[in-house]
Design a protein around this ligand. Structure first.
Ligand code: SF4
Length: 440
């Protein structure tokens, strides 16, 4: 039972590679080659594949993917509400789900979510390691037990913060926001208390063995990602990235698929450099970024700040965007926040795919533009990234102009009938056609 990476290295095209190639409308050999080179991953736990997983590829030669984080907290903890959030994310087009639950029965929440999750499903196992114990009490046995348990449940990718090292901690001295990653902060606390190296780093080979057995993909966590614009691209972030590069090579050597996680809060002008340096240091492994958020001052609108950064990131090198919801920094998102976050990230991903000239990326745009020009509202609304919202807004506009049926509206409340350039254009085109016909 080999991993997708090991299979690809033998030159074989697996069923999962075929599936991804069909969905992406590319040659299966291109997918295989990129997996073999460590530049593309298909996070697909063998056990999740046996139940309901539809394989998804993540890499630069195919469309940019979007992840939605959901999960309970100690304050709000209901499986039903997490299922509702997952449904909202998938309806809005999320390509992957991460369960970041920290409240309630984590095994139960995960199991119920996985049972209904058709897309790659990720977790951050260290969260479960501190259930009912202090972080200082985590030991090797606890680490292996939790990771094995979650792999057995069918989790497809794990965020593993193995790159935060003891020697990186003094580099944080001048930071404004310190460590904002929960996993990074917990491990830093553990290292300071025990005066020892990060246990996930020390046990990395053992972790590789478990992940390879189930083909769980590594998502090497950026525990020292900047959480403020002023901290971006600092020594601590780059030092950790260098360790992530070393771990990428080690995990791939052991047959594991690897993605690398990235920042965070990054000013727009530093995004290109951040993408390039990751690709260089981490041997082209798919880059999975949180945002990046291009300003710190948009509380309540951070789905927008991250979409701006996400477009640039996906244009310059990222393959996978983690969404950010409007509630970022403010509270636990609900289903509406999840929906808004996914749509914003989908816009960012799609805009980047068009700009980098990905084959077929602009076809849907062309179709929608033609429909818009022809006042074909049904196609216009249906091809939108968020048809539900588009239709609700258009129905409201129709009521304002006294039109009941959507297809019959030949203008909207924005400009009014006499000023509707789309309608006027249609009339001009029809008049020219008539004149041309008369001349023949
Ligand atoms: S009224 Fe204005 S906004 Fe509405 S369809 Fe016509 S041109 Fe477009």
């Amino acid at each position: 039972m080999a991993t997708q990476l090991q299979i690809a290295r033998t030159g074989t095209i697996s069923d999962e590679v075929k599936f991804v190639a069909d969905v992406e409308n590319v040659d299966a050999e291109l997918i295989r080659e990129n997996i073999a080179a460590g530049r593309l991953v298909i996070p697909a736990n063998k056990l999740h594949l046996k139940t309901n997983l539809r394989p998804t590829g993540i890499g630069r030669v195919i469309t940019t993917k979007v992840n939605a984080n959901i999960g309970t907290s100690s304050v709000r903890c209901s499986v039903e509400s997490e299922l509702e959030k997952m449904r909202a994310a998938l309806d809005a087009g999320a390509d992957a789900i991460m369960d970041l639950s920290t409240g309630g029965n984590l095994d139960e929440v995960r199991q119920q979510l996985l049972a209904q999750c058709l897309v790659p499903f990720g977790t951050v196992p260290i969260y479960q390691m501190i259930v009912d114990r202090n972080v200082e009490d985590i030991d090797g046995e606890v680490i292996l037990k939790v990771i094995e348990k979650q792999a057995e449940q069918g989790v497809d990718f794990f965020t593993i913060h193995a790159g935060v090292l003891r020697e990186h901690l003094p580099l944080l001295e001048n930071r404004i926001a310190g460590i904002v990653s929960r996993g990074g902060a917990l491990l830093a606390k553990w290292m300071l208390y025990h005066n020892k190296q990060n246990p996930l780093y020390e046990m990395f080979d053992d972790l590789c063995d478990i992940l390879a057995e189930y083909d769980v993909c590594f998502s090497l966590g950026d525990g020292l990602r900047p959480g403020a614009i002023a901290d971006a691209t600092d020594k601590a972030q780059i030092a950790e990235l260098r360790t992530l590069g070393e771990l990428t090579a080690r995990a791939q050597e052991k047959g594991c698929q690897v993605m690398v996680e990235g920042p965070g809060h990054v000013p727009f002008d530093q995004i290109q450099y951040n993408m390039q340096i990751q690709q260089e240091i981490c041997h082209g492994a798919p880059f999975y970024v949180l945002g990046p958020l291009v300003t710190d001052i948009a509380a309540g609108y951070d789905h927008i700040t991250s979409a701006i950064g996400g477009t640039a990131a996906a244009f310059y090198g990222a393959s996978f965007l983690c969404y950010v919801t409007p509630k970022e920094h403010l509270g636990l998102p609900d289903a509406d926040d999840v929906r808004a976050g996914v749509i914003a990230a989908k816009i960012a991903a799609h805009a980047a795919d068009i700009a980098r000239g990905l084959k077929g990326a602009a076809e849907r745009d062309k179709k929608l533009s033609a429909a818009r020009t022809n006042l074909d509202w049904q196609t216009h609304l249906g091809e939108s990234l968020d048809p539900q919202t588009a239709e609700r807004m258009h129905r409201q506009a129709c009521r304002e102009i006294g039109v009941e049926e959507l297809p019959s509206a030949d203008y909207c409340s924005m400009c009014g009938k006499a000023w509707c350039s789309v309608r006027i254009n249609k009339e001009i085109r029809e008049a020219i056609k008539k004149q041309d016909a008369a001349k023949k």
